[in-house]
Design a protein around this ligand. Structure first.
Ligand code: SF4
Length: 276
């Protein structure tokens, strides 16, 4: 079986940074260390962190004090305030690129724009961005299209892991309805490069495997992109999810991964396919 691996693959800068911050924090303290939600959307990487003593909590009520690491997705400002009130020490591992989106959204809001965040309304990054506008910004996606009035002045940012196609769709929808639209293309370069290399690879292979957490938005986006190229595509977390029947009659298999997938998980998958 021929295996082709996407040119851009594996952890991005923001994920690497958050992991390093978490590990260094744990090394330098005897206090309990928590992350608010899984540090990254990858169960294998989260399991490794748990073994080091870095535990995810889903709500501030699940622990009483200690060090709380804010993950790369960021959080609304009031969450940090509440955590401090509850006695947590905060270590902020929000990705600088996510911070930039939060800042743009806040600024647009202050300038009087009605702010639209192109992204998934339930994704923690989008919740954090909206939180930085005091809850005034609105999420927009294919399932959630805000009613736009012609007198609206719209300011737009994007969730860092959105596809450029989704941002273009949102822009063309809004621009037809208003006189003023200010857009910051806040799609992260790491995301964009992974999307482009997945798209190219999907054109060349008979089957695509996209490796990454089932909860990872950027991995799901890669699956969507590969399928849009007409390529049979499966979203897997580890080699255990692979069904050998998928490869029947296939000659070349492509492997891509999200920004939160550890290298060893990708290598395992590649080895497994090569040995089929
Ligand atoms: S995908 Fe981009 S914005 Fe998101 S954590 Fe990675 S580097 Fe930061």
């Amino acid at each position: 079986m021929n295996v082709m691996v996407a040119e851009h693959i594996g952890f991005c800068f923001g994920v690497m940074r958050a992991l390093n911050i978490a590990k260094k924090t744990k090394e330098g303290t005897d206090k309990p260390v928590f992350t608010l939600g899984p540090l990254i959307h990858n169960p294998q990487a989260v399991h490794e962190l748990e073994e080091l003593g870095i535990h995810p909590i889903n709500s501030l009520d699940e622990a009483h004090g200690g060090i709380l690491i804010i993950r790369s997705h960021g959080v609304p400002p009031d969450v940090i305030e509440k955590a401090k009130e509850k006695g947590f020490e905060i270590v902020d591992a929000t990705c600088p690129f996510v911070k930039r989106v939060q800042e743009y959204a806040r600024k647009l809001c202050e300038e009087g724009y009605r702010v639209i965040v192109v992204g998934e309304e339930n994704h923690p990054e989008v919740i954090g961005i909206i939180g930085h506008t005091g809850g005034k910004a609105e999420a927009m996606n294919k399932r959630r299209i805000p009613v736009i009035e012609d007198r609206d002045r719209i300011g737009m940012v994007a969730q860092t892991t959105q596809s450029i196609e989704n941002l273009k769709l949102a822009i063309s929808y809004v621009v037809e309805r208003v006189k003023e639209l200010k857009v910051y293309n806040t799609i992260c370069n790491a995301t964009y490069m992974r999307q482009q290399s997945t798209k190219l690879l999907a054109k060349e292979v008979d089957l695509m495997l996209v490796v990454g957490g089932k909860m990872s938005a950027n991995t799901s986006r890669l699956v969507e992109i590969a399928r849009n190229e007409g390529c049979e595509t499966y979203h897997i977390e580890t080699k255990e999810d692979i069904d050998p029947a998928w490869f029947s009659g296939k000659i070349t298999v492509g492997v891509a991964s999200g920004t939160s997938t550890p290298d060893w998980v990708i290598k395992d998958v590649v080895e497994y396919i090569k040995n089929l």
